[in-house]
Design a protein around this ligand. Structure first.
Ligand code: SF4
Length: 298
């Protein structure tokens, strides 16, 4: 994974769609950091990045990156920054990098809930474009078992507030999060409920990742103790089919093209839905190749 970043501290991640963006680190880690499946910032103490270092990174980009068009604010939940500081960073980007056309960030439900409606509007006016929200599952019991902040309704509420403020919404969900199971199992309930929640959110973009249980996470410990059995490839494909069946976007992109996925799809919904479902069925029937486990990663 190529990262275009300045003065980055510790491990930094970004959505696949931000591959061309300058990674501007404004927080360190994640203020929640308790999701059982998430290896991203375990061992990284949460904090706000020193404003001087953020300003210096922007200054460096202003002097050296005239081709730069996109900036991604990281780490895990940049929106948790106090409003004034966020507005000041967006203002610095607009002033010193006037050629930048898109500034995006991760935003978990907790961070969105802390902002007022007016503050979200001000962030959009200051230049914030897309917020990436991790829904992960449309089932409360799965979210609760995984230690997510907030239930499904809370995620729907925060997604709706972000959209009402004029922010673009990109929502991530996780295939396999209910563990191994076939038709009639909690895995089907998880996939179908997640599709219905995506439909209710109706984001500009929805991305389905496949769960990979990472060492160092609480979920890995559960797996070691035999309390969590990961979904197999056929199960992940079936979940993708159930999810897609239930996902009705008025006009949006649906991706399963993250490096963790056995089948990489890039669909424009509703136009490509039938083609997407057919592609999943072909993979399930063995008529189309899936990405081998060894080539998948987080
Ligand atoms: S909120 Fe996001 S970054 Fe933070 S622990 Fe959960 S999944 Fe990881």
């Amino acid at each position: 994974m190529t990262l275009l970043g300045l003065d980055l501290e510790g491990q930094v991640i970004r959505p696949p769609a931000e591959a061309e963006s300058l990674l501007l680190q404004v927080t360190l880690g994640c203020s929640h950091n308790r999701c059982a499946f998430c290896p991203a910032y375990k061992g990284k103490r949460f904090g706000f990045k020193d404003p001087e270092r953020v300003r210096a990174a922007i200054g460096h980009a202003a002097a050296n990156l005239p081709e730069l068009r996109r900036v991604f604010l990281c780490d895990g939940d940049a929106l948790i920054l106090p409003q004034q500081r966020l507005e000041s960073i967006l203002g610095d980007i607009r002033q010193h990098l006037p050629w930048v056309t898109r500034v995006n960030a991760y935003a978990n439900a907790k961070a969105l809930a802390r902002k007022t409606d007016a503050e979200l509007v001000r962030l959009r006016e200051a230049g914030l474009g897309t917020v990436y929200l991790g829904l992960e599952s449309g089932l409360d019991e799965v979210l609760s078992a995984m230690g997510k902040w907030g239930g499904v309704d809370e995620h729907l509420r925060q997604a709706s507030r972000a959209k009402a403020a004029g922010l673009k919404l990109s929502v991530t969900v996780l295939l396999g999060l209910a563990g191994r199971g076939g038709p009639g199992s909690p895995a089907e309930a998880h996939a179908r409920a997640t599709g219905r929640a995506l439909s209710a959110m109706d984001p500009e973009q929805a991305s389905a990742l496949a769960l990979m249980v990472a060492p160092g996470t609480p979920l890995y410990e559960r797996q070691q103790r035999g309390e969590f059995l990961p979904q197999d490839d056929a199960g992940l494909l079936r979940e993708l089919h159930w999810l897609l069946e239930e996902t009705h976007l008025s006009r949006g992109l649906f991706f399963s093209n993250h490096a963790s996925n056995p089948l990489r799809l890039r669909l424009r919904l509703p136009r490509d839905k039938d083609a997407g479902l057919a592609a999943v069925r072909a993979a399930l029937a063995g008529d189309a190749p899936v990405v081998p486990q060894a080539y998948r990663r987080l």
